[in-house]
Design a protein around this ligand. Structure first.
Ligand code: NAP
Length: 488
């Protein structure tokens, strides 16, 4: 049977796509999921302390509010459970083909369909929605000798809870979003903890707190009140665009806040110095934490800022020649983002790899559709990531466009793709804006591709993206009615 839509991935994007498509009566859908459960990055990241740094009321589907959040900034288990509940509530669970790792997606010219090769067989589909996420492929650091380490090596996104940390000598590489959440959690357990920092992060106070039972009841009886909190949180975050995008000098105030936070929490001036970033706040992802710096007040926790030279059998050797002997080495080193391997598994009509869009070699339309990739759409695609707000807002915007485009394709049995010039116009307009934003102020970040171009972040107010994705502009697209019947 030919699917109307094959969705790849069952995180926020994949589930959202299935729900929204069903709402417009597209029901011949399958979701392909490589794992045994749904949830994407919120299923995979189980490291101690994993938590969302966007508020709970905003970091959820607008159509599925959850009055029962227990904290204003949710922890991973609750977000994962939320996704499972949403899948049940919208009867999505039965659509998911688990343990179907998609290894190849290619356009079958003769049948004018997409052919998906999975670890569990081949499938044909009229349309494809790639919802494989930007933070899906853990990146181990490319450090000489990493394979020689004889202790336990694990990435934060592949946490093994059976590994005994109590009483062990543990090292953490990285001081990004994942590291700052897990370091305070594991510090009290371990014999010693050495945190290897290459670049300090800007860290602001965390404003999260438990939600009172009476507030939960209030939100359950008065959904409009929860909606108001969501809207308020949304607009407060949009104001940050004035600094991130319009004038990065406005970040000075937040930098002062962050420095004061550091001063309050770390009294040792030399240590403070090593924690102080030398780039503009916002250039790398801004972090929030109240317990990361205090972890370094413990006698068993050390910050190592000497660069890592090699990893050896017994531990990490730094450039000063010191061998830091370790039993467990934790890589909190992030993900393959602009070089996500999924990009090399998807090929368009002329064989071009979809990953070329992140390398700036393939124009994209709304970060979602691509010339020569008819009826194929990506969620969280190029330049749809955010540094200041909820990615769910962006996904829902993309889904407005995707559901309309898919409807056009299915109703006329057509191939729909953006015109080359429309895609080029869109891509150019973003690349012209980016150099004067905070992400162009000079720092290394995972927002940049190998050429130094930002192909990850949306450089404007998110409501502008919502406007751009609100309708299907037929003048920007080629809609070609198929010459072959693709229904069986
Ligand atoms: P990340 O932000 O990419 O941080 C990776 C860290 O590892 C950085 O400190 C980096 O240093 C360091 N590193 C990488 N390679 C290294 C090497 N070879 N030698 C030494 N240090 C190295 O990764 P992440 O912390 O996993 O977070 C990734 C993204 O996931 C976040 O930015 C965020 O979007 C998301 N996340 C979100 C939350 C949340 O609360 N919503 C929580 C966790 C993660 P440099 O800075 O020098 O490169």
């Amino acid at each position: 049977m030919v699917l109307d839509v094959a969705i790849i991935g069952s995180g926020f994007g994949g589930l959202g796509a299935a729900i929204r498509l069903q709402q417009v009566d597209v029901t011949n859908i399958a979701i392909f999921e490589r794992a045994r459960d749904l949830g994407g990055t919120w299923r995979d990241n189980t490291y101690p302390g994993c938590r969302c740094d966007v508020g709970s009321y905003l970091y959820s589907f607008s159509f599925a509010p959850n009055p029962a959040w227990t904290n204003t900034y949710s922890f991973q288990p609750e977000i994962w459970q939320y996704l499972r509940d949403v899948a049940d509530r919208y009867s999505i669970s039965d659509l998911i083909h688990y343990e179907h790792d998609v290894t190849d997606v290619a356009f079958d010219e003769s049948r004018q369909l997409w052919r998906l090769t999975t670890s569990n067989g081949e499938y044909l589909a009229k349309c494809v929605v790639l919802a494989t996420g930007a933070l899906a492929e853990p990146r181990l650091p490319d450090i000489t000798g990493i394979g020689d380490f004889t202790g336990t090596l694990m990435h934060t996104a592949q946490w093994d809870s059976t590994v005994e940390l109590a009483g062990q000598r543990v090292g953490v590489i990285g001081t990004g979003a994942s590291a700052i959440q897990t370091v305070p959690q594991i510090a009290p357990l371990v014999a010693s903890l050495e945190v290897f920092q290459r670049t300090p992060s800007w860290i602001l106070p965390h404003l999260g707190h438990p939600v009172l039972d009476r507030s939960k009841k209030f939100f359950a009886t008065l959904p409009l009140a929860q909606r108001a909190v969501r809207v308020w949180g949304y607009w407060r975050r949009e104001l940050m665009v004035l600094g991130f995008v319009k004038d990065p000098r406005r970040m000075t105030k937040a930098e002062t806040l962050s420095r004061e936070h550091l001063e309050r929490q770390i009294k040792d001036e030399a240590l403070r110095e090593r924690f102080t970033p030398n780039y503009r706040l916002g250039c790398k992802r801004v972090l929030i934490s109240n317990d990361f710096y205090p972890a370094f007040r413990r006698d068993n926790v050390t910050l190592v800022t000497e660069p890592i030279a090699t990893i050896e059998k017994k531990g990490v050797r730094t450039a000063d020649g010191v061998l830091h002997e370790l039993d467990v080495l934790i890589a909190a080193t992030g993900f393959f983002v602009t070089d996500n391997p999924m990009g090399d598994k998807v090929h368009g009509v002329h064989g071009q790899a979809l990953g070329d869009a992140s390398h700036g070699k393939l124009p994209h339309y709304l970060g979602t559709a691509f010339p020569d990739f008819p009826n194929l759409f990506t969620l969280a695609g190029p330049n749809t990531g955010l540094g200041h707000s909820s990615i769910i807002f962006m996904l829902e915007s993309q889904l407005n466009y995707v559901t309309r485009a898919i409807n056009v394709a299915l109703e006329s049995d057509a191939l729909v793709e953006p015109k080359e010039d429309a895609a080029q116009r869109w891509t150019n307009s973003l690349q012209e804006k980016l150099p004067t934003t905070v992400w162009g102020t000079g720092c290394a970040s995972w927002y940049l591709n190998e050429a130094g171009h930002n192909t990850v972040i949306w450089p404007d107010f998110t409501f502008k993206y919502r406007q751009a994705t609100r309708r299907f502009d037929s003048s920007d697209h080629r809609v070609v009615v198929k010459t072959t019947s693709s229904s069986d």
